[in-house]
Ligand binder design. Structure first.
Ligand code: MN
Length: 337
């Protein structure tokens, strides 16, 4: 997916309690962002936002659908570049075809993961397939830590095997772990290649189900509600909201008010201020200026060449690559949190 927005820099200071955190969940509301195009598919974005830029390495959370593709046009993103991040594509309904400049051509369907590692530079396309009538899913980005953000690009597709988490009164919660592992369930750890301590999991709770979920106390966590509603330690969280939990919690009590599907996204705080603009994650304004110039020269202004930083992604419908937006006139400053 391609980001069409520029967020102002913002610093958020969170008090980090020693030991177990008693801080209440912070509810982060989504904002609607049109992705562009003639029929304009709209996404609900919960990261980054004014009150919070990152949760562990998670730095971008877009939720979309369920959308009637005949009305929205579905997903249609021509060739565009990325640096310094990984894209995580996870669907609830529909099908998306991904192609990229390292030669990948992969569908992603519900229960499957497409993980693209941009590193120094990659370009890709994403289209919902002609068979898709309803599109519903998320696109999430992970910032790469400084040690690996300049690595060679790569792509992997995985199909995590779902398993059952015991809940109170004999209820069963179905879990898919697509990144990292859930504490207490190391046998169900994801095999995906990530670069900092993380967890990413889908949990499906029957109406009324209640469970105590173990957490890694070194992580901060986000709970994104796709469908239904859930009380998190007694505090309500509704559809499309993101609940933020600061580090220092070894468990959380979840109670579903309806049949509920959530994503649990957690990670160790990286404390690496980033500059995030368009589809690029860097550390300085100059990182962004260079990546933008490299893309414009290679894919927009010059003849498309496979030899440049962003390689070459085959086009299927003669579509033109996406030009980068104009840079803001002020220098981009790192975001602390
Ligand atoms: Mn993209």
């Amino acid at each position: 997916m391609s980001n069409l927005e520029l967020d102002p820099a913002e610093t958020v200071d969170e008090c980090r309690a020693a030991g177990e955190s008693a801080a209440p969940m912070v509810v982060l509301e989504p904002r609607e962002v049109p992705l562009g195009g003639p029929r304009a598919m709209t996404v609900h974005r919960t990261l980054p936002q004014r009150r919070r830029s990152t949760i562990g390495a998670w730095c971008f959370l877009d939720h979309y659908g369920p959308d009637d593709v005949s009305a929205t046009g579905g997903m249609s993103v021509p060739p565009h570049p990325h640096i310094g991040l990984q894209t995580v594509s996870w669907l609830f309904r529909g099908e998306i075809r991904h192609r990229d400049s390292v030669g990948s051509d992969a569908l992603v369907r519900p229960g499957e993961l497409n993980l693209m590692t941009a590193g120094h530079g990659i370009s890709h396309t994403e289209y919902s397939t002609p068979e898709t009538t309803v599109l519903h899913g998320v696109q999430l980005w992970l910032m790469l830590p400084d040690a690996t953000r300049d690595r060679a690009p790569s792509f992997e597709h995985t199909e995590p095997v779902p398993f059952s988490l015991p809940a109170d009164a004999g209820a069963v919660v179905r879990a898919h772990v697509f990144v990292g592992a859930l504490p207490g369930f190391p046998g169900h750890a994801a095999v995906t290649d990530v670069h900092s301590p993380l967890v990413g999991a889908q949990l499906e709770l029957p109406a009324g189900a209640s469970l105590e979920l173990a957490l890694d106390a070194g992580f901060e966590h986000g709970i994104l509600v796709d469908q239904g509603g859930v009380d998190v330690d007694g505090a309500p969280l509704r559809e499309r909201e993101l609940g933020y939990l600061e580090p220092g919690r070894s468990h959380v009590r979840l109670q579903a008010t309806d049949a509920t599907r959530i994503l649990l996204l957690g990670g160790a705080p990286l404390n690496e201020p980033i500059v995030m603009w368009w589809n690029f994650v860097g550390r300085t304004h100059d990182d962004i200026v260079r990546a933008r110039a490299d893309w414009q020269e290679q894919a927009i202004e010059g003849p498309r060449s496979p030899d440049g930083r962003f390689g070459y992604v085959p086009v299927s419908q003669g579509e033109a690559a996406l030009p980068a937006p104009v840079l803001p006139t002020v220098r981009l400053k790192p975001r602390e949190q």
